[in-house]
Ligand binder design. Structure first.
Ligand SMILES: [Zn+2]
Ligand SMILES: [Zn+2]
Length: 230
């Protein structure tokens, strides 16, 4: 059985007609009288809710920039007039700070978490620990081979003044060091030459044998840190 494929242009036209039947002209404004959810107007497109203000704005002035949000500039919160709705970009730092609880001296992370319980944030494209993301955003690049250590004792604190970049070697001399790019190159070369065993390389570079194996097989993600670093 062949299903009819949706025609995007026809769908958009039908949506525009539907939206027009739900807005009323009040002065200069086009006020939404359709359904709302949490104070925001919406209209159903297939099974998704879309913002009628966005639809009208995009029909009138083209697609919004990636990551842009809408802001109504007139006094009518439900206004859909494309002239009264502007697009604003939310900066990366604002995105991060929105998820922080500033009620005390510690900045508590309210956003998503990794299964390990550490805050999970996006500053650039990759997910990383929230404390690290805020450090990179407000302090600067994390030095190579370092991780972000929370020094105030509050696990979910992401205050950049309460953390420091510490060399990534675990307690009791455990081999948890993060290899530098240079070391990764050296290990790969040594592995190709085949003169040293995995255990010898692990010993030499102060890494665990499993990390050495992953580096040699090319499954170790290297360069992510350097790419992120600003
Ligand atoms: Zn208006
Ligand atoms: Zn703190």
């Amino acid at each position: 059985m062949k299903r009819k494929r949706p025609n995007p242009a026809a769908e958009l036209h039908a949506l525009a007609v539907k939206i027009h039947s739900l807005i009323y002209k009040v002065g200069d404004c086009l006020v939404w009288r359709g359904p709302t959810r949490r104070g925001q107007p919406f209209v159903k497109l297939r099974h998704e809710r879309v913002d009628p203000r966005r639809v009208i704005r995009e029909l009138a002035l083209g697609p919004l920039k990636r990551g842009a949000r809408l802001r109504v500039t007139c006094n009518e919160a439900m206004c859909c007039s494309p002239v009264h709705v502007t697009e604003t970009m939310r900066s990366a730092s604002m995105r991060l700070l929105r998820l922080v609880d500033f009620s005390g001296p510690h900045w508590l992370w309210r956003g998503a978490r990794f299964p390990s319980g550490h805050g999970r944030a996006f500053y650039t494209r990759h997910a990383e620990r929230a404390a690290r993301a805020l450090y990179r955003c407000f302090v600067g690049a994390v030095p190579e081979g370092c991780y972000i250590k929370v020094k105030c004792g509050v696990d979910s604190c992401v205050n950049p003044l309460h953390v420091r970049a510490a060399p990534a070697i675990g307690p009791l001399g455990l081999k948890r060091k993060i290899p530098t790019r240079d070391e990764v190159e050296k290990i790969r070369r040594a592995w190709k030459d085949g003169e040293k065993t995995n255990a010898q390389l692990a010993e030499e570079f102060n890494l665990s044998p499993s990390v050495v194996t992953r580096i040699a097989r090319g499954t170790y993600r290297v360069g992510r840190k350097s790419k992120d670093a600003r």
